[in-house]
Design a protein around this ligand. Structure first.
Ligand code: HC1
Ligand code: SF4
Length: 572
């Protein structure tokens, strides 16, 4: 143990503890902008400086460890002056259009400037300008960047994509796309992890709310909305609702109050995806096609994009099943349009997703009979949903937990756990087991594959009708690359692999509410497993609305119509 004094209080902490951690252990908070544990500990922002007796220079507390006998001050006059000076310097290069920024009220620069009582800057404004393609789903505004380097580190160390790098020199130093590339040719997967780890509004999603509002205005348009599994675990966080209060039915109520005609649950089409994907898996597995090869899940568009750019030769190993988002849109513009007796063109399908990559996935074309449009017309993130609620002055505490619309309103717990890492695999195995044996396994038979793993992947082997099925589950793209290399080099072999681009799966998606410095994917995922545990239906194949859809419209899983509407060759 090491004995130190912080702000006149003597404490003992384990060797190797940073000054910031030592202070936090006695509830002394030190402000920080760039620090992210294990990811960015480079003291770039210098907001976390403290004074150490006997040292002439202030030291950064995030990456300096305590030493025996250290006497530390976290709020001495020198520290105060220095921090204010640093903030004023940062503001001198910062676009100050705070009222028009998506991160206003959720920006670490704004809150620290406020905390430090910085009411004006004496430095001349000098803004960096950078061209950006505003049609791309990920937007970067250089003049809001504080050069904390978090985006560079997250994209490199956690996602292994190396999209960002430092660019420019001197006071014009900023962050840009590496290798002087354009963002559209940088292989960005749109996982959005750089966005959720940005402390300011320098990175954000493209705002698509205007398209949605316009659709609501058109009298001949029927607006149908779907809500993704992981949205229910996070949407209430920035609206002051507890996990228990933030029931998914309240989102349905909010969307109806905005003017949406029909509201459905993407978990319904997650059940539909399972019917198609599990059927595809069972067919390939029983024909012996997976003795050498592997089948990969295909519902995460960040992962599909990664596969296409990094391992194009393996794209054929992806399941051909469309994602639940796309399947839902396809059902809306076929079976539902028919039920309503209207042309598919009159339907405007909007999705509420925890994801930026879904904004790109929706560009997939639906070719069906005469109709050639899109399955989905607009994708809004959980954050955009929350902003729309605020814009309409809908008090979240007045929302009611209402039912989804019929006839596609029912979903199983298996469809809900899609939003957590391992959930798609678990749901698929529950139904694959039934398709092979004719009996349900215990609902929790495959639960050992649950949970967020920081490094590497999870593997397991299950017995289905006397045959061993080996599977792997991975989230985060750096982990994914390790797994893909092991598969490519034949060091491992799995019959079936689930991949989610974001650490923890969609629960930790790039479109979810941002809590600077906190990773909530695990907690949100547990919430989804809790909902599954308490669901009245736990198997996708037992969803009565799915059964009716097959009986009345879709035919058989893997059949002709299902293929035309619910599968893709992953061309775009
Ligand atoms: Fe996901 Fe999926 S689970 S990809 O993470 O397969 O975004 O939630 O909607 O489509 O269902 C996201 C979540 C989501 C799809 C489903
Ligand atoms: Fe990297 Fe993901 Fe950000 Fe793209 S969205 S730059 S892949 S972290």
């Amino acid at each position: 143990m090491v004995n130190v004094t912080i702000n006149h209080r003597e404490i003992s902490v384990p060797e190797g503890t940073t000054i910031m951690e030592a202070a936090a252990s006695i509830h002394i908070q030190i402000p920080k902008l760039c620090y992210l544990k294990d990811v960015n500990e480079i003291s770039a922002c210098r907001i976390c400086v403290v004074e150490v007796e006997g040292q002439s220079r202030l030291v950064t507390s995030c990456n300096n460890v305590v030493e025996e006998g250290m006497v530390i001050y976290t709020n001495s006059p020198r520290v105060r002056r220095n921090r204010r000076h640093t903030i004023e310097m940062l503001l001198s290069q910062h676009n100050m259009e705070c009222p028009m920024c998506v991160r206003s009220g959720n920006c670490s620069l704004q809150s620290i400037a406020n905390d430090l009582n910085v009411v004006g800057s004496f430095y001349k404004q000098e803004l960096v300008l950078q061209e950006w393609d505003m049609h791309f789903p990920l937007i970067r505004e250089a003049n809001k960047c504080i050069k904390c380097m978090r985006c560079i580190q997250i994209c490199d160390k956690v996602q292994g994509m190396n999209v960002w790098d430092v660019s420019g020199t001197g006071s014009r130093t900023t962050v840009g796309v590496s290798g002087c590339r354009d963002i559209t040719s940088a292989d960005c997967t749109l996982c959005g992890q750089c966005v959720t780890h940005c402390p300011t509004g320098a990175l954000r999603e493209r705002d698509d709310t205007t398209s949605f509002y316009r659709a609501l205005e058109r009298e001949d348009t029927v607006v149908v909305a779907q809500i993704a599994p992981a949205v229910r675990a996070a949407w209430g966080e920035s609206l002051g609702l507890s996990r228990e209060e933030a029931a998914v039915g309240k989102i349905a109520d909010a969307l109806r109050r905005m003017g949406v005609d029909y509201v459905f649950d993407t978990s319904f089409s997650a059940d539909l995806t399972i019917m198609e994907e599990a059927h595809e898996f069972v067919e390939k597995f029983t024909k012996g096609e997976l003795e050498e090869d592997t089948m990969f899940t295909s519902c995460c568009p960040g992962w599909v994009s990664f596969m296409k750019t990094q391992y194009p030769q393996m794209t054929g190993c992806l399941s051909t099943a469309k994602s639940p988002q796309q399947m839902f849109g396809a059902v809306m513009k076929s079976a539902f349009a028919k039920k309503l007796g209207i042309e598919p063109e009159r339907i405007y399908a909007v999705s509420i997703m925890p994801c930026l990559a879904k904004k790109a996935e929706r560009e997939m074309t639906l070719f069906y009979e005469e109709f050639a449009g899109h399955d989905v017309d607009c994708v809004l993130t959980t954050r955009e949903l929350d902003r729309m609620l605020k814009a309409d002055y809908i008090d979240p505490h007045t929302l009611e937990d209402v039912e989804f619309d019929r006839p596609f309103g029912e979903s199983s717990g298996a469809g809900v756990i899609f939003g957590a890492t391992g959930g798609v695999m678990e749901a698929a195995l529950r139904s694959a087991y039934f398709m092979v044996t004719g009996e349900n396994p215990p609902a929790d038979a495959f639960k050992e594959i649950r949970g967020v793993k920081q490094k590497g992947w999870t593997e397991a082997e299950f017995d289905i009708a006397g045959k061993k099925v080996s599977i792997a589950v991975v989230s985060g793209l750096k982990n994914t690359r390790m797994l893909m290399e092991a598969i490519r080099k034949k060091k491992v072999h799995y019959h079936f692999v689930e991949v989610m681009a974001c650490p923890g799966g969609c629960s930790g998606g790039g479109g979810q509410p941002i809590h600077d410095g906190y990773e909530l994917a695990g907690e949100r995922g547990e919430n989804l497993y809790f909902l599954d545990k308490n669901a009245k239906i736990r198997f996708s194949h037992e969803n009565p609305d799915i059964r009716t859809l097959y009986q009345e419209y879709m035919g058989e899983p893997g059949g002709k119509r299902a293929h035309q509407l619910l599968h893709t060759e992953h061309r775009i």
